[in-house]
Design a protein around this ligand. Structure first.
Ligand code: GDP
Length: 317
């Protein structure tokens, strides 16, 4: 799938993160979408924060499959210097679990003399603003006043010796895994004009048929699940996506399904498992390696051809 989406502010965000690392950083919070905890993660972040301990917050867990959230928590908790917790950003009391996990990741910091400096990051729409509002309440944000720190960085004092930093803009990885693109689009993380809703809805139906068929049937009163486009058409019929004359407008049906999914009306659904994600990553890496090898071979062949032409035109044998 092609995603025509240009991540604005990407370079300034990278720079802001680098500046924060230089100025002092003890823990990185990466906010993930619990419905797609692999695809919503950004591999660049670990590289930029050079191995700082990481807290993965699986947000929107109220929309995700609880058993899958448990599997993803185990997956991330098994990684070195990493801890993972589930969260609903709008909850009244997420602060305690989050602060406790950060303190455990950096036990030597966290008093007034050696404050614990925590950076929060996440892809668009993952719930960062909601979480910060819940954590900070009415407390005012201070903008960066340390030398070398962008004025746009915000600093919140959550409690004595606990500073939360928020960088402007978003980090967005190159989406090299096709299924990640579909899952991100279905979740609402990508602007709607940047992808084909029908294509994304058909992919979503494939996943739902495989993993949550009963929920799909129950939501739309379907007695059976046929091919993807037939299911989408049936959804369109139920959701009033018909034009005059009776035909279903497939893009309207697609839109209806995506809205329902995002609002949790199909129930709690997670789009990917840790094993699937690992397999997709492997396939994407193999694919990249194959393409690079093909590119190299084409360049080498082109060079041989050029040399041949040069020799011929200079009269060499
Ligand atoms: P940001 O782009 O990361 O700052 O995301 P926002 O904080 O603006 O949230 C994006 C949308 O997700 C909003 O409609 C929020 O109400 C919703 N949202 C955020 N956190 C949660 C959550 O834990 N559960 C659910 N169901 N919705 C959430």
């Amino acid at each position: 799938m092609s995603i025509n989406w240009f991540p604005g502010h990407m370079n300034s965000t990278r720079q802001a993160i680098k500046d924060r690392v230089k100025a002092g950083l003890d823990v990185v919070i990466e906010l993930l979408d619990a419905r797609l905890p692999g695809s919503s993660s950004n591999p660049l972040l670990a590289a930029l924060t050079t191995g700082r301990p990481s807290l993965k917050v699986l947000n929107k867990q109220d929309l995700a499959d609880a058993a899958q959230t448990a599997a993803w928590l185990d997956f991330y908790n098994a990684q070195p210097h990493t801890r993972a917790i589930p969260l609903d950003a709008g909850e009244k009391t997420p602060a305690r679990a989050l602060i406790k996990a950060c303190r455990e990741l950096a036990p030597l910091r966290g008093d007034i003399h050696k404050p614990l400096r925590v950076l929060i990051c996440g892809i668009p729409n993952v719930g960062k603003s909601t979480l910060i509002n819940t954590l900070v309440g009415k407390r005012a944000a201070k903008t960066g006043d340390e030398p070398g720190i962008t004025k746009l960085e915000q600093k919140f004092v959550l409690e004595n010796g606990f500073y939360l930093f928020d960088t402007p803009g978003m980090l967005w990885p190159r989406i090299s895994i096709e299924q990640s693109g579909y899952n991100l689009a279905a979740s609402g993380a990508i602007g709607r004009n940047a992808f084909d809703e029908e294509e994304v809805a058909l992919e979503l139906i494939t996943t739902l048929k495989r993993r949550y068929p009963e929920q799909l049937q129950a939501r739309y009163g379907l007695t059976e699940l046929g091919a993807e486009d037939a299911v989408l058409e049936a959804i369109g019929l139920k959701r009033g996506a018909k034009v005059r004359g009776g035909a279903v407008q497939m893009h309207k049906a697609a839109e209806a399904l995506l809205i329902d999914y995002r609002q949790g009306l199909l129930g709690r659904i997670t789009l990917e498992t840790p094993d699937e994600m690992a397999a997709w990553r492997r396939e994407a890496a193999e694919d990249e390696a194959r393409k690079a090898a093909e590119r190299d071979a084409a360049q080498a062949a082109e060079k041989v051809k050029r040399n041949g032409r040069r020799k011929a035109s200079s009269g060499e044998a």
